[in-house]
Design a protein around this ligand. Structure first.
Ligand SMILES: O=C(O)CCC(=O)C(=O)O
Length: 266
């Protein structure tokens, strides 16, 4: 078991949990190497705006790649990582699909946070507790560099969301900040929070960049009818083909080779 029963209970009760040292250093090094390729190839976009939701900021930077999968066989293989499959099975049950992936990179000093929101304000799933995010720290995530914050128990409430004027496409909500808790993680640790759990990140006030990889998974029986044609991939259950059906190639089982490829260099 990847998660302890206490972690699963915390997720069920409070809507989130966190796990230290989930992924080993070599896998994180490989994830950073692929992130560096995204940087070199200009695949990350600054979504921060100067307070009008439109004018891209030059002072504040919130770099995002979303979705990642069309750009990276490496990150696509990660969805089939045995630890990912096991952890998500423990938290939301099976069968489930991969729903969305993205990375947010906050450069040192200029890195801007992502405002408070509930993922279900985007996804609109009938029961937000049947979907979960997995947020992997690609660098040590601390208070100083603006780590993830969550509001425990907030999945029981639906906050109203409006356009975020500090982003070119995000929405945001107001939360009772006094209930929020930060989740500090060393690189390779991960936080899990259901689609209803309000969360945000903060400014990176340090000199060094910090990135988080956010994956979303959803129970197959809760995919909204209007999203049936979305680019999901069945990861478990009778519809799962190891990626063969969705990607036209066998993806399951390629993670180790993908890590080796990235560590060998360009
Ligand atoms: O890493 C971040 O800045 C935000 C992540 C996030 O809000 C999400 O994945 O929904």
């Amino acid at each position: 078991m990847v998660l302890t029963s206490q972690q699963v209970q915390q997720f069920q009760r409070e809507g989130y949990t966190a796990v230290s040292n989930l992924f080993p250093d070599r896998e994180i090094q490989a994830m950073r190497a692929e992130l560096n390729r995204f940087k070199r190839e200009g695949l990350l976009r600054n979504v921060a705006t100067d307070g009008d939701g439109e004018t891209h900021s030059t002072a504040q930077i919130n770099l995002q790649i979303c979705p990642i999968t069309p750009q990276s066989t490496f990150y696509r293989a990660f969805h089939f990582h045995p630890k990912v499959i096991e952890a998500i099975s423990q938290l939301i049950g099976t069968p489930f699909v991969f729903y969305l992936d993205q990375i947010f990179l906050k450069p040192g000093k200029q890195g801007m946070g992502t405002s408070w929101h509930q993922d279900n304000a985007y996804f609109k799933v009938d029961d937000p507790t049947k979907g979960t995010a997995m947020w992997v720290a690609l660098h040590d995530a601390t208070l100083e560099n603006g780590t993830l914050h969550v509001v425990p128990g907030s999945h029981a409430e639906a906050f109203s969301h409006g356009r975020d004027p500090n982003s070119d496409h995000h929405i945001r909500c107001q939360v009772p900040e006094e209930r929020a808790v930060p989740i500090e993680l060393k690189a390779g640790g991960a936080a899990f929070f259901n689609f209803g759990t309000a969360h945000s990140t903060k400014a990176n006030t340090t000199d060094r960049e910090r990135a988080g990889l956010a994956l979303h998974f959803l129970r197959t029986d809760h995919i909204p009818p209007e999203s049936k044609n979305r680019n999901t991939a069945h990861l478990t259950g009778p519809l799962a083909t190891g990626g063969g059906k969705e990607y036209g190639t066998q993806v399951e089982g390629t993670w180790e080779a993908e890590v080796d490829r990235l560590l060998a260099g360009p």
